[in-house]
Design a protein around this ligand. Sequence first.
Ligand SMILES: Cc1cc2nc3c(=O)[nH]c(=O)nc-3n(C[C@H](O)[C@H](O)[C@H](O)COP(=O)(O)O)c2cc1C
Length: 366
Amino acid sequence: MSDVMQACKFSSIEVPNRFALAPMTRTSAEADGTPNALMADHYEAYARGGFGLVITEGTYTDDKASQGYANQPGIINNAHISGWETIVNRVHEAGSKIFIQLMHAGAQFQANHYTDQPLGPSTVSPKGAPLGLYGDQEAWQTPSAMTESDIEVAVDGFARAAENAKAAGFDGIEIHGANGYLLNQFLSTHFNKREDRYGGTLENRLRFVVEVVRAVREAVGDSYPVGIRLSQATVTDPDYQLPEGEAGFRKIVEAVRDAGADFVHTTDGDVSRQNFVDGDQSLADVAASVEGLELILNGGIDETNHQDVANQFPGALLAVGKKALANPDFVQRLKDGKEIDDLDFAMLQPKATITNELAWREQNAA
Ligand SMILES: Cc1cc2nc3c(=O)[nH]c(=O)nc-3n(C[C@H](O)[C@H](O)[C@H](O)COP(=O)(O)O)c2cc1C
């Protein structure tokens, strides 16, 4: 039996318990991507509410095409660093650790402060419609296929963003390799139709991901926590499956480890969903079977199942999304045996901004 409330070592740091706030985009930064006081209050609330590790929302990495949403935060200049520094300090003062999630939107591009033209592995748009939660675009734009020079710029953006994150005082870096954003697009046979060394075989589709992980590791040095979030599902295609199945996913996990990642964060609709084209394992099962990596697990973890997941995956951190939105003090409530609320999606309407959340909370105050 493993005690989820016990402090534990994770990579080179110590976290006060095994609960992590899952990364959640709130499109509440200034128009130029600078994190603000509203965001500082927001993130501090999760630390005060008991989450041992806070993972930030997806944060853009360059002034080219990495931003995907209006009012998404960035980490590319001194104003961004200083805005994040305030947030990091507030989370630390509350006793928790904080990782930044670095994200390049690629073809999942709804708004960008610097360019109107999305980039992707190929000229392929995401399935379905853009997300109303993050903006009011009606249709996806067709991305331009990235040239080798675009790829180099994007890789370098991740490395510079990682240096900036370290300078802002973050305790570690999570690279967003999940949910249909750029790294995930390179892995995906829906998005990646390239015929060069970045497309085709899984080894080629992995090349960009490996280059990003390696560049981030080189930028921050050896003992700093670096990991990557991985999924098969994308935000508009929750049932996408890698044609290479379980063995393919294992290959991805091993490749990111070998490139310098020290943790992998798996995410799926449900942490135990068996959604490979073959076999009967979950993403978490496969990731746990690879040696030499720490784990963060996500997908439907709540007050009813967290202990089972913790027992099944000793040492893994448990990332909580929707239940955390509904209960920023989720961990404290568990400790106190208090009732846990379900998320009312009205809280995130018409967009997932913190301002809309606050208005909803005021309206629904008992
Ligand atoms: C409003 C909202 C914003 C999200 N933004 C991100 C994000 O920026 N990066 C990311 O990797 N996942 C994002 N997610 C996905 C969550 O991190 C999590 O994977 C998902 O909610 C499933 O976990 P849960 O069942 O605990 O909610 C977001 C989810 C929600 C509800």
